[in-house]
Design a protein around this ligand. Sequence first.
Ligand SMILES: Nc1nc2c(c(=O)[nH]1)N[C@H]1C(S)=C(S)[C@@H](COP(=O)(O)O)O[C@H]1N2
Ligand SMILES: [Mo]
Length: 318
Amino acid sequence: MHFLPDRGLGRLPESEVTPRSLYASRRELLALGAAATLLPNLAQAQAGAKLAAIKSAVPGAMVLDKPTRMEDATRYNNYYEFGTDKSEPARNAHTLKTSPWSVLVEGECAKPGRFDLEALLKLSPMEERIYRLRCVEGWSMVIPWIGYSMAELIRKVEPNSRAKFVEFTTLADKSQMPELSNGALDWPYVEGLRIDEAMHPLTLLAFGMYGEVLPKQNGAPLRLVVPWKYGFKSAKSIIKIRLVEKQPTSSWTKAARQEYGFYSNVNPLVDHPRWSQATERRIGEDGLFAKKRPTLMFNGYEPQVGQLYAGLDLKKNY
Ligand SMILES: Nc1nc2c(c(=O)[nH]1)N[C@H]1C(S)=C(S)[C@@H](COP(=O)(O)O)O[C@H]1N2
Ligand SMILES: [Mo]
């Protein structure tokens, strides 16, 4: 059926491969007491259809490492529209209004259109996929995401031959996002991918995680997850997808061109100008004696995506 990139498993140390049944189940989280409040507020997840669609997700493969605990993944976030401190999105993102929601898909295609959330939820069967997400800052998480390949949506609008890149724009609304005036980035948040990257089966349009709708701080109601690129490529709360001929300029590139290039592939061999990218810290393993992990080429997804970059100088195209 779908592409199951378990070929990457051969590259991982045995200790990182954990059977699916071993990660904290929702019941276990609830047993932890306080964890109940960390689950997304279902009352706010207005569309019951949304949760139903997510709950019916087909369990996918790609078990890589042991998933990060949900309470860690929902409390340590980058979502600058809600604050630049990692703890702020969890505190502030409750003001985000995720329903009604729609995504405009336009540009170089035969059938542009506006898709409301309900239509997007039904567009393709959902799958659970356990992917690593590694931030350029040197931390990583492993998350059971729920969604389907971005390619499913892009195909619907029938890209034409001028569609070489895909630009993603996320919500920027001062009335919902208290930190939009913080000047940290040039809003709205914009990201871009080459069309073959955007349509690679690993590139996920995610609606949920840990069997639930996406918590707001994690990018509700829908976000991108590009597991072989630094976390900032995974735009949250997307409202517009544009097929374009020219390479888009992302908000991060605008902010610091020397530090954040267009490709932003996870690459232990190419350092960020201010620090090494050779190792990473797994969130939840941050005790005094916690070992740093070696960062893997393309975040461990080299067998699946390496060929996209054959012949490309990855030092120049950082
Ligand atoms: N709209 C928006 N999307 C965003 C960001 C942001 O600030 N705003 N931060 C990015 C960065 S730098 C990272 S590392 C990931 C973090 O995702 P997480 O908080 O769910 O782990 O989201 C990315 N998507
Ligand atoms: Mo990041």
